[in-house]
Design a protein around this ligand. Sequence first.
Ligand code: ATP
Length: 570
Amino acid sequence: MLFGEVAKAFDQIEQKSGRLEMTDLLARLFEKTTPEEAERVSYIIQGELRPPYEGVDLGMGEKFVLEAIHQASGYPYSQVEKDFEKEGDLGIVAEKLLSNKRQQSLFTSPLSVVSVYNSMFKISRAAGAGSQDMKIKRLVELYNNASPLEARYITRFALGQLRLGVGDPTILDALSVSHVGDKSLRESIERAYNLCSDIGYVARAFKEDPKKIADFKIEVFKPIMPALAERLRTSEEIIAKLGKCAVEYKYDGFRIAVHKRDNRVEIYSRRLEKMTHMFPDVVKAVESLPPKEVIFEGEALAYNEEEKRFYSFQETMHRRRKYGLEEASEKYPLYVFAFDIHYLEGEDCTQLPYAERRKKLESFLPQENIELSKMRLVSIPEEVSSLFQAALRMRLEGIMAKDLNAPYTAGKRKFAWIKLKKSYGKEMDTVDAVVVGYYRGKGSRTKFGFGGLLVAVYNEDTARFETIAKVGSGFTEEEMEKFQKMLEKDKMKHAPLNLDYVMEPDFWVQPKYVVEIAYDNITRSPTHTCGREEGKGFALRFPRMVRIRDDRAPFDATTTKEVEEMHKFS
Ligand code: ATP
């Protein structure tokens, strides 16, 4: 398939705002793709080259792209920069300047989807001396063979921002529509996606044999999307919702998924990144576990022998950084509290009810530093409360109540798991928001050059960020200095392309850092865009900084849908 056809479809999609129309246009494109092309198109829409857990970064910054547009179009660099300042979108700049090219290329050959993808892949792989020039040269080559419209999308792909308003749910719907004309296959396609977290792999498998998607199998070393918990406020509500259920301690550590096959062990974070190198002590303990093939999930945290208490997530990570991995592993060994299992000796356990999954975990744990999460079966609110109090005495976050009959709800926030946290009593829950801009310091903050953050949440349906708060309080002096240094490097003249906003900060930054924000309640305000209806979006009242969440990727931020729920809850 020619890349021109894809660019044309993207252009049409970009002009639509309704999900249905976007889905139909994308479905028509998928109808015409081979399995290999469907794989590539899906990654391109995500602005990725491979699934996130492989950590393949395109690595093209704005400066590279500006240089490539300058070289391919023949316009002076300063002109390209000026146009960028005006348009705020390098895709449009490339399209415009390349259509009035000052220098014609000697010969051009039409680009295919696969060749564009492959060139980008080579760009991402280039490393070492001369690699920067090589990256630019390859992008210039692509521009030389591209039509202006293709140049728009090549540019945005290089920057990892397609700006189509198409999120993963639309891709999944479109795959179903492309084959049966409606969304009836969406559920099984989505299930497959949640079990491997690889949209390209699913698109390819589906195009190869749509029938097989219904019994898509988990694979070791392909991480599963984590199940998420709903929230309730009291023990009574929990028993009313679940009846007899399991209650586990909620450990405030680092969520890990452990994959083992024979002697190979890999550890993935909640954001599906491979983190094996960070946990040499856990790897060693897992190596000696009896199962040959297993995937299980747990919370990793360090324990303080003297004070007989667990360290929090921040303290654990701080120690790992301060003492280095080797020394930290000796002095502050990690404990893993396993709380779920996905796979055991060839058997997919995700469809089994919780009670059976727990039995499977208990069949080979505890061992060394790999413990089972503490669990009790309860039937009345008083039992829930007493476990909750016990958890607080241990300085843990709270408890998780689990539905005994529910399967593992990969990638979904369901009432199969319900969290009850100590903060719920006196204040509201927190949101994990993405930093999209920051303010200069005024008054006593002038010396820090930092006065606060503009933060956003993620809308899964549109794959866009929407602002929800301007956060000016809760920062320590250290944090202000840290933010200033960190954000200074990433500041941009223009708002990120994938952001909807009204309020403007002093400086924009690429959505990259996730912060946890506490608030009093959620209201409607014309200055924010989260879940906007009739000109008013959701906004956090009295937002305050709690902490930086290093363990979250921007796409793991709280979603617009969750904010809607939390609004009802507040
Ligand atoms: P929070 O910010 O409250 O930790 P979250 O957004 O990280 O929430 P939730 O789905 O709301 O994720 O809560 C589940 C989290 O609680 C899991 O991500 C996991 O890291 C942690 N956790 C700790 N103990 C348990 C347990 N026993 N069972 C399941 N999850 C647990």
